[in-house]
Design a protein around this ligand. Structure first.
Ligand SMILES: [Zn+2]
Length: 61
């Protein structure tokens, strides 16, 4: 299980076994929406754009 640090509060967030760049995760601690911007190691950052829709991209096809 990969994990990455929340840039907002420093909590360690699990990002699943197969994280992808662009995948969005929500911090369980500060409730910030974050985007995976790098994979080795996994880094999280605030999304570059604010989307109107608030949908999750959790499906693993
Ligand atoms: Zn956080």
């Amino acid at each position: 299980m990969a994990a990455a640090e929340c840039p907002s509060c420093g909590a360690m967030l699990e990002v699943g076994r197969k994280p992808k760049i662009g995948q969005t995760v929500r911090c369980f601690d500060c409730d910030t929406r974050l985007e995976i911007v790098w994979l080795d190691p996994v880094e999280l950052d605030w999304p570059a754009e604010e989307y109107e829709m608030d949908y999750e991209e959790e499906e693993d096809w």
